[in-house]
Design a protein around this ligand. Structure first.
Ligand code: HMG
Ligand code: MG
Length: 286
């Protein structure tokens, strides 16, 4: 039987958060519903962050209330602090994600605090999630390169990953936030990170600015990673990371994994339908 690789769908959150035009809630719901049909096991649908910081994500509760939940699909959201966690829990998420940076420059730009302060702020989120029985994913951004601080030291990524594991994250997603990673830098980073966390608990999160995302996924597969984040239609970018383009497109990742002999559980025709829906949302903003 083919080895299974999970693609975690990012388009409704990472894909849309950077769009200038406020996308109607109904369009976001239609996108999530199309993705649920396509066979993803996890879809990141919203973020419960400050609406002053990311206005596009202000309707997360309405999106979660409006989607048609397909049994077996987990609907997830970003939560930067306890307030965000409480709102996400009230909206009925199945999983939350806290997000840290491996570089100080991006931590300040994205969370308005140092790495150490951000990690402290996650403690109450972890306690509340544990009490509510909600699993927590951790993100680490700028795992190879940072537009503010330059190249990221692998040991620094490993330190943040180790902290997230110790505080209870069940999985850590490694973010090439600005899409500058190359297979060589991914290999150097993973060599340090797998000392701290099992490859089965790590995810690769590659933006595709430099066009190397598929190669970076292959380098990660060789380290034993079997979870990759992607956004249908290649949507995305981070409003606080200058130069960040879209996440690698889910349809390209699914096709590439199939070519390499992996199973993903994704229905290619339904994925294409979701991609058309996603591209229309992006097109509408230009
Ligand atoms: P701050 O300004 O330092 O903190 O922001 P604050 O506590 O003063 O909050 C500012 C205002 O937001 C206040 O409102 C708070 O009440 C409110 P005011 O008193 O001025 O009216 N507020 C909230 N409102 C709703 N929900 C909340 C919340 N928290 C505070 N949860 C803060 C600190 C963390 C809030 C801010 O920096 C923030 O929201 N940052 C999020 C930025 C973001 O979402 N970035 C994109 C996601 S990360 C990403 O894309 C990377 C990733 O894809 C991986 C990769 O690619 O590397 C995950
Ligand atoms: Mg991202």
């Amino acid at each position: 039987m083919a080895d299974f690789v999970e693609i975690v769908e990012m388009a409704p959150r990472d894909g849309l958060q950077n769009e200038k035009r406020l996308i109607p809630t109904a369009d976001k719901i239609a996108l999530v519903d199309a993705l649920s049909e396509a066979g993803f096991g996890r879809i990141e649908v919203a973020s419960f962050v400050s609406p002053k910081w990311v206005p596009q994500m202000a309707d997360g509760a309405e999106v979660l209330a409006g989607i048609r939940r397909v049994p077996g699909v987990r609907y997830t959201a970003l939560t930067p602090n306890l307030r965000g966690f409480e709102a996400a829990r009230a909206a009925g998420v199945d999983e939350v994600a806290i997000f840290a940076s491996a570089s100080e420059g991006f931590s300040r730009a994205n969370l308005n605090c140092s790495i150490a302060e951000s990690l402290e702020r996650f403690d109450p989120v972890m306690r509340a999630a544990d009490a509510a029985g909600i699993p927590v994913r951790g993100y680490v951004s700028m795992v190879t390169d940072c537009p503010f601080d330059g190249p990221t030291a692998p040991a620094q990524v490993a330190r943040v990953v180790a902290h997230l594991r110790v505080i209870g994250c069940r999985e850590v997603s490694l973010g090439d936030t600005v899409g500058r990673a190359r297979p060589e830098s991914v290999i150097a980073m993973l060599a340090a990170v797998v000392q701290e966390m099992e490859p089965a608990q790590l995810a690769g999160h590659f933006h595709d600015t430099g066009g190397r995302a598929l190669e970076n996924i292959e380098a990660s597969l060789a380290f034993g990673l079997r979870i990759f984040d992607a956004a249908v239609g290649g949507l995305g970018g981070c409003p606080y990371a200058p130069g960040a383009a879209g996440n690698v497109a889910s349809e390209r990742v699914a096709a590439h994994l199939q070519k390499l002999g992996y199973a993903t559980g994704i229905n290619a025709a339904k994925l294409e339908r979701a991609a058309t829906c996603a591209r229309a949302l992006k097109g509408g903003s230009e």
